[in-house]
Design a protein around this ligand. Structure first.
Ligand SMILES: C[S@@+](CC[C@H](N)C(=O)[O-])C[C@H]1O[C@@H](n2cnc3c(N)ncnc32)[C@H](O)[C@@H]1O
Length: 229
């Protein structure tokens, strides 16, 4: 039988990103929100924070994932060879007390998007395959599912596209990450380019805004977000 990987073994969402995400969620003030997470993997990172929110506000969290890993991330295949990732996801959801608030959609992201009516979702969080074509397709498929005034956001956008970094990012767009700049060890070129292409400068980058942790440390995060208009 395949092993199950529990919460403590695989922290995938750092302190600053957790704080950014809580700040973004604080702006989602509706009761019984419908939230979609595109890319949940073990359910041990962003999923945990979303579960906190749907428990508190009696909402529903839809987790969309193939649970087959991203082709651009070799570590995903290694983990899949050893662990039952889908069962690990559910174990981590249960341990967070979210089993009755979470629904899993085990299918490719753009197919899952077709199951949701336009403007029917309060928040979509995108964190699936980070290759440029995939992020772009995810943003385009999911942005219209968000209701007016709702939130579209995502992970791993460490910087803006500039004349100085455009070529570097473009050459690396089909991979997961490259060595980053002064603020972050890694950059995710596909995310950075897709966010820039679809939204221009309209998306807020928490790399620029920064966030303060409960212990007083201040620093940048890698989330991006914008309000649907
Ligand atoms: C970066 S991980 C998600 C991490 C998670 N948000 C966290 O904080 O721990 C990316 C996930 O996207 C999923 N994925 C990759 N391509 C996908 C696709 N086309 N449709 C749905 N899920 C996909 C992978 O299976 C993997 O679980």
């Amino acid at each position: 039988m395949m092993k199950v990987l529990y919460l403590k073994d695989y922290p995938s969402f750092g302190d600053f990103d957790q704080a950014c995400f809580r700040n973004i969620l604080a702006e989602l003030t509706v009761d019984s929100p419908t939230i979609v997470e595109v890319g949940s993997w073990l359910g041990s990172g962003s999923t945990q924070i979303l579960i906190e929110h749907v428990k508190r506000f009696r909402g529903r969290l839809h987790c969309v994932d193939t649970w087959e890993g991203s082709s651009s991330v070799p570590e995903h295949a290694e983990l899949l060879a050893t662990y039952d990732v889908y069962e690990s996801f559910w174990e981590n959801v249960r341990r967070a007390g979210g089993a009755d608030r979470v629904e899993a959609h085990r299918m490719p992201s753009t197919i899952a998007a077709a199951c949701f009516a336009d403007r029917s979702v309060d928040m979509v969080f995108i964190d699936a395959d980070h290759a440029y074509d995939c992020v772009r397709a995810d943003i385009l498929a999911w942005r219209r599912k968000v209701r007016l005034g709702g939130i579209l956001c995502g992970h791993d956008c460490e910087t803006r596209v500039t004349e100085a970094n455009r070529d570097l990012l473009w050459k690396a767009r089909n991979g997961d990450h490259i060595p980053g700049g002064p603020l972050f060890r890694d950059w995710h070129p596909g995310v950075i380019l897709a966010v820039d292409e679809v939204f221009g400068g309209a998306a807020r980058l928490w790399a620029e805004k920064g966030v303060t942790l409960p212990d007083g440390r201040h620093g940048p995060g890698t989330l991006w977000d914008l309000t649907s208009t």
